[in-house]
Structure formats: C-alpha cells, structure tokens
Design a protein around this ligand. Structure first.
Ligand code: SF4
Length: 426
C-alpha cells in the first residue's frame, strides 16, 4: 500500500460558477517582482516601462530598503522617439551600464509593460541578442508583466515559463526526479526538502531556484508538484518538455499539506506506514496550531474578492480546516485543470466567480454582509469605512503560508482582523 492522506471530498453536487467581464480591481503582473527578486538571489529585474510602473514597484516594495536593489525601471515613455531603432539602442545602453555596475548579476529579466513604446519593442528578441553578447556571464530572458496581458500572480507564471524554456534537458527518461514548481520562501523550501529526504523522495529540485546556476533539469522522468495554482503557462512549457504533473491539492493547512506530500509519495511508491510515520508529528503540530483560530473562525462567513488565484485553495482550507462558511470565491481565472484536486474539496454549491465586474460584486458582498472580506488594497479601505472587516489579499502572497509549520500563521492572517474588530468594538 502506498501513501494516502485523508482529506474530505464533497459529494458530486456541482459548484455554482459565475463568469463576469467588467471593471477589475487587480494588480498587474509586475507585482511578482517583489517576491521573485527575493527568491532568485542572483537575478535582476529590469522593467521596461513607464513612471507608473516605477511607482507601482516602489510602493509595492515600499517597506524594503536595499543597499543594492535588484529591480529597476527603465522609463521608456515621455521621450522624443525618433524611431524604434533608437529605443533598442537605448535599452542596450541601459543593460550595458547595469551589467558593468553590477557584476554580481547572473540572470537578467527584461520585463515588458503597457506603454505603446514598450509594446512595439520585441523584448524576447532583444533578450536573445543580449544573452549572446553577455554569455556566459549573464543569461538574459524576457517576459511580460503588463497589466494588459497579466494580472498579479500571472507575472510569476510568465517569469517561470521563460525560465522553464531554458532549463537543461535531463539525461534519459529513467532519471526520475521531483520538481516543486512555484516561488516559495526559503524557510518553506528547507522544510519541504527535509520531509522529502525523510520520505526517500529524490532528487528534488525547486523552480525557481535560489541561484541561477542551480536551474533544475527537466525531461520525461520529471514529476511536477505545483506549489502555486496560477502556473498555467509554466506547467504547459514543462509538460511540453516531457514532465508530468502530479494532481494534488496545494500545500495550505495541515490536511492540504499532507495531501500535497501524499501525491508525491504515491508517485515515488513510498509505503503508507512510512509516509504516515514521517509526516505525523508535523501534521499534529499544524493541527494544534489551528485550534485557537478554529475557535474564532468556525461558522464565520467569508467573501473572497478575486486577486491572486490562490482563492479556491484558500477557501478549501478555510472551510475544511477552520469551519468557515464561504459566501463567494472570486478568482481572476478559474483554471479547472490545475485545480482538479481542489475543486472537489470545496463545499457543495459554493459560488465561484471568475473574472470581475467590481460594482456587481460589491453589491453581492454588501447584500451578503459577511463577517470577513478578503480583497485588494483598493477595496479594503472603502469597505472598512462601511463597517466591514477586511483582510488584504496581498499579504497572502508576501507571507510564507505553505507547509505544516506555517499553517497556524496562515489561519492567523484570517483570525487577526476579526480579533482586531472585536477589540475595537469593546
Ligand atoms: S498596469 Fe501597466 S503601466 Fe501600470 S504599472 Fe502595470 S505594467 Fe506598468
């Protein structure tokens, strides 16, 4: 018998899915740079953009002060554009200056954005040309974080897809390996590495790696275990290179993490008893850490506005492990393939809305009067002023929330705003 992790599956009653197209309140994909630059420690992100892009990055990363920042914006608007060739030359000059000043950079991303001057540039071509010029010292790749093409976490997907295309080929189909895909905090990666080692699962690689010299190999022996649900394009590129995705819930909460690990354990034929013995202590710790939060959150009603695409797995965790009642799960995109192991775990007839028509969604939220609203910064203040208790969704991508040891912290992100509101009322 191989590993299995118990996690309750709802009956076959369908989810209610509402598709909306209207005004959206979601960050663009540039935001991903804020967590990606912390993760890949020898990478630099050069946004080819406007002053708006520079402001977004500065305010998103506002609290962080760097001696040597690892992202910058090359402002391409408000200049006298004599022609496209000039813009290319200008970009090459900026890259040359940057590489000269920063010999520590090993991987440079040119990140596209919205201004028409930038859209006219072929950044992928420019990156390929520059990569040849600066090889082997610096590898140069391009992706788009433009608000026209990407929302919030899709920036990470575009970045990792560019990286996935560059991975070395693994040697031979018999080389079985596990690739954990999606940016995780270093502390979370270390915890997972220890668990996989105890389970005798290996070799294990992480994409993105901490350093670009550690780009993992990929081939038909590669099994993909997704740590994030928004990596549609990255998964497609990796599958195109022969890798096979393991269907699993995402590693949020005690049961979610156990089920995620179990998917890998099953594929690597880890005996059930061994799996249980290895994960039991950490799973028990996680369950204990959830208890005080469960007391506070059980039966409370929550409304999730669309933001990071993490909303469906978060709702599964909140309903399944903390007893919350889900009013609506908004998500920018409902990727049913990558959520194939998550959606059956949601309470039956949960309303899932894909896309956004923000005014209509606000009307539904007001009518439902939930105890807690998870939303972006732009909606949180007005809703607080109306008397709602809110949680900023951006914290869910900036905070380490995956894995057993972080389960209590994740629950606290939801129980703290309710506690704060109670204290204010007292
Ligand atoms: S939406 Fe476009 S212009 Fe605005 S910050 Fe994002 S990439 Fe820049």
């Amino acid at each position: 018998m191989t590993a299995a992790a118990a996690i309750a599956c709802r009956d076959a009653a369908p989810l209610a899915i509402l598709r909306e197209r209207g005004q959206r309140e979601v960050f663009c994909g540039l935001t991903g740079i804020v967590w990606l630059h912390r993760r890949i420690q020898d990478a630099f992100f050069l946004v080819v953009g406007s002053r708006t892009c520079a402001h977004l990055l500065q305010s998103a990363a506002g609290v962080m002060i760097f001696a040597e920042p690892r992202f910058a914006t090359a402002v391409m608007e408000q200049r006298d554009l004599a022609g496209l060739a000039d813009t290319h030359d200008e970009l090459e000059r900026i890259v040359a200056r940057l590489i000269e000043r920063r010999p520590d950079i090993r991987l440079l991303f040119l990140v596209g954005s919205c201004p028409s001057e930038v859209i006219k540039l072929d950044l992928a071509r420019a990156a390929a040309r520059l990569s040849v010029r600066y090889a082997p010292q610096v590898r140069i790749l391009a992706y788009s974080g433009s608000g026209i093409e990407t929302t919030f976490t899709e920036g990470e997907d575009a970045c990792l897809a560019a990286l996935a295309a560059e991975l070395p080929a693994s040697e031979g189909a018999s080389t079985r390996s596990l690739m954990v895909v999606g940016a995780l905090a270093d502390v979370v990666e270390d915890q997972f590495r220890r668990i996989f080692a105890e389970l005798d699962i290996g070799p294990v690689h992480f994409l993105p790696p901490r350093r670009c010299a550690d780009l993992p190999p990929v081939g038909s022996g590669t099994r993909l275990l997704l740590a994030q649900p928004f990596l549609n394009e990255t998964t497609r590129v990796l599958e195109g290179r022969g890798a096979r995705r393991l269907s699993a819930p995402y590693p949020l909460g005690a049961d979610g993490t156990a089920a995620w690990l179990a998917a890998a354990a099953r594929d690597f034929a880890v005996p059930a008893a061994r799996f249980e013995a290895v994960i039991r202590p950490a799973r028990e710790r996680a369950r204990r850490a959830l208890l005080p939060h469960r007391d506070r959150l059980q039966g409370r009603r929550i409304f999730l506005f669309p933001d990071s695409q993490l909303e469906p797995p978060l709702a599964r965790f909140l309903a399944g492990e903390l007893g919350m009642r889900i009013v609506e799960i908004g998500t920018p995109y409902l990727n049913t393939r990558l959520l194939d192991a998550e959606l059956p775990l949601l309470p039956a007839e949960t309303l899932v809305s894909e896309g956004q028509d923000v005014d209509r969604q606000l009307d539904r939220c007001r009518a439902a009067a939930p105890d807690l609203v998870v939303c972006g910064l732009g909606l949180a203040n007005p809703l607080e002023a109306e008397g709602f208790t809110t949680k900023w969704s951006i914290e869910l991508v900036f905070t380490p929330i995956q894995g057993f040891e972080q389960a209590g912290d994740l629950a606290e992100l939801f129980s703290r705003p309710l506690l704060r509101r109670t204290r204010l009322e007292v």
